[in-house]
Design a protein around this ligand. Sequence first.
Ligand code: PMT
Length: 223
Amino acid sequence: LADRPLAGKKVLVTAGGTVERIDPVRYLTNDSSGKMGFAVAEAARELGAEVTVIAARTSAPKPAGVELVKVESALELREEVLSRYAFADVAVMAAAVADYRPLRQEEQKIKKTGDTLTLELVKNPDILQELGERKNGQLLIGFAAETENVEANARGKLKRKHCDLLVANDVSAEGAGFGTDTNIITIYGSDGSSLPLPLVSKREAALRLMRLAAEKLGPAAKG
Ligand code: PMT
């Protein structure tokens, strides 16, 4: 059990960047490669967990030994996450979820007409917040991609979204955040703790995170 502290636990992870369709050939997305979420999934598996990854758009090699569910948009990601959440012991929201989506998804390719084109966006549901509100024994881990006021923003998200742990990364720092094989994270806890890690591989950061999750969870598997 010492090296498989997540044995018997179910871990749900999201990875990648959501794709929000504008028309059949165009979309809005972000720079997430899926590397961080996939590293979390592999770390959880290595520590003995049964892992499901809900993956939006990714460019990283698929993690081995885990169930992989592909989605496109934030709304699809939400469906897949919510349908599995009740059975999870740990949920980790590493995906970069679009805050807004186009109000209309045009069925036909938008024609080039005027000199300007206005795209109207509507807010997506905040999935992590919903998970926080529906928590029923799960250890809930959020991420925060920040470019300024990292600690204040991260602690704000931790509290607002009812997370147990919140992983902050300053995505403007060299070697951290989107696309890289490394990250610089600080893990904030709902108990007021903070664990800053130096620049390490996403694999190493993920292992540290999942070991901490295992400690927080304690030995008993969820009924
Ligand atoms: O994929 P990589 O290239 O390896 O890059 C890793 C990463 C930078 C994407 C990752 O480390 C990271 O920070 N993921 C979270 C990105 C993000 O959406 O951060 P945010 O601060 O906008 O959102 C805060 C949290 O709320 C996140 O857990 C996010 O999944 C969640 N969220 C956000 C918006 C929304 N509508 N629903 C959500 O659930």
